[in-house]
Ligand binder design. Structure first.
Ligand code: EPU
Length: 429
């Protein structure tokens, strides 16, 4: 297994290109199941999760063609996928595939909407919490699917197609909202989703579906209305930039010090995160080319932050912020309100010398003068990258193990950081 070695203490200077968003790419690829025509996605990041979803879609009979290189293209330009679900040959998504990537459960929506049936393995728990799918099932039920649970599989049937309905989510769920939108797009009649997730990735998927002929309004707000259509066509869509990758590198610059342009990044996708960084002492400016992040001289100030659904501070940046706060001049409090168990990074940060106390969903971080390098590992993507951020400011060498977690969600992380002067390298294992 590959490892990443970081020697701390270097400031970051230069440009980091921000890739297309993982959490938009995955549902966009799944949306291809809704049409027999080809969906072309541009700016797709090169990530292990994208490859894994390609395999999962392949099992349903979907062909994915990766576009070749174009003149003038850099290694950081996103790839183009041509995805064709002309013939769906299998409506079952088996356990061994779904358990590797939770988002693949979402195939249940387009499969039942287009094919009238789907049999999809329940994903099971994961490192960051129990993560049930009850609200996704509720949404399909509200659209007239007949649901059965058998042998660890959710079987959804709608012999005569889905019909529009009213879906009121008792709590905000990104996956629930994606599922409801995809299913309702091919349902007969009107669907209203209340308390919908407002995440930019939801809006990006709805924009793509509208290009495919869907009639979705209100995406990006908490009330989404969908007029079902009888069929969807192909389309071409460019994946929006990854706001979590943006926030992660912004925290890295705040941690290590320096001055970096996050190319292609959009401030409107990450205002809550950027506000916290400014409060922590970073200088942020949005330009046409992206977002410039700098910290020169000033120390890191402590913050009080609670994660929340968009437009709040994202749970997917909680671990990275905690890494930054380990070196703040004072005591910070970070509360995780979305997932009950998303603190696996805490004990690893403590191994680097951080002072963190956990009390239920709240972490108290007492800033320390310096961290010290050590071997660390983490059990999820965002926790892993928080260790890299901490390592950038730690004295000596940190070896981050289980790099495959990073490869799930960060494209060429070590190249992007080393191009800005970080002492970071991948060691093939
Ligand atoms: N929930 C339920 N029942 C459900 C669905 C969700 O109780 O049926 C709960 C979850 O357990 C959680 C909360 O609702 O407590 C929110 O979960 P949500 O459904 O919004 O999460 P998700 O759709 O499974 C996506 C992202 C996550 C991100 C969350 C929250 C993708 C592929 N995944 O997950 O991203 O943390 O939204 O913003 O879009 C990551 O990229 O590292 C990652 C974990």
């Amino acid at each position: 297994m590959d490892r990443i070695r970081v020697t701390g203490g270097r400031r970051l200077h230069g440009t980091i290109p921000i890739s297309g968003a993982k959490n938009a790419t995955l549902p966009l690829m799944i949306a291809s199941l809704l049409t027999e025509e080809t969906l072309v996605l541009d700016n797709v990041p090169r990530l292990a999760d994208v490859g894994q979803l390609q395999r999962i879609l392949g099992n349903h009979g979907v062909d994915v063609m990766v576009g070749g290189k174009r003149p003038g293209e850099t290694p950081y330009d996103g790839q183009t996928l041509h995805i064709s679900a002309a013939r769906i040959v299998d409506t079952t998504a088996p356990y061994d595939l779904v358990s590797k990537m939770r988002a693949s459960f979402w195939v249940i929506a387009p499969l039942v909407a287009r094919m009238g049936q789907a049999r999809v393995s329940m994903p099971g728990g994961c490192a960051i919490g129990t993560r049930p799918v009850d609200l996704l099932i509720m949404a399909l039920d509200r659209l007239g699917a007949h649901i059965e649970i058998d042998g660890g599989y959710v079987i959804a049937r709608a012999k005569n197609g889905l019909r529009g309905g009213e879906i009121k989510f008792p709590k905000v769920t990104v996956g629930g909202t994606h599922t409801a939108i995809m299913a309702a797009s091919l349902a007969r009649g009107t669907t209203v989703i209340e308390n919908a997730a407002r995440e930019p990735e939801v809006k990006d998927v709805a924009d793509c579906l509208n290009r495919m002929g869907a009639k979705i309004s209100g995406a990006g707000t908490s009330r989404i209305v969908i007029e079902g259509v009888s069929r969807l066509s192909g389309a071409r869509h460019r994946v929006l930039p990854d706001r979590i990758e943006t926030g992660t590198y912004a925290m890295a610059v705040a941690m290590a010090g320096g001055d970096v342009l996050l190319e292609n990044a959009r401030a409107d996708l990450l205002q809550a995160g950027l506000d916290v960084l400014v409060a922590a002492g970073a200088e942020i400016s949005a330009t046409n080319a992206g977002i410039r992040v700098a910290r020169n001289g000033a120390g890191i100030s402590p913050v009080e932050v609670a994660t929340a659904p968009f437009p709040g501070f994202p749970t997917d940046l909680q671990a990275q912020l905690m890494a930054l706060m380990t070196c703040a001049k004072g005591t910070s409090h970070i509360t995780e309100t979305i997932f009950e168990n998303r603190f696996m990074h805490v004990q690893e940060l403590v191994r680097l010398g951080a002072h963190i106390r956990l009390d239920g969903e709240c972490a108290t971080i007492e800033g320390v003068g310096k961290l010290t390098g050590a071997p660390v590992m983490a059990t999820d993507l965002r926790a892993s990258v928080s260790l890299v951020i901490a390592a950038l400011a730690a004295e000596g060498e940190t070896m981050v193990n289980r790099v495959y977690h990073l490869d799930r969600g960060f494209e060429r992380l070590e190249d992007k950081l080393s191009a800005c002067g970080a002492a970071i390298e991948r060691i093939a294992g």
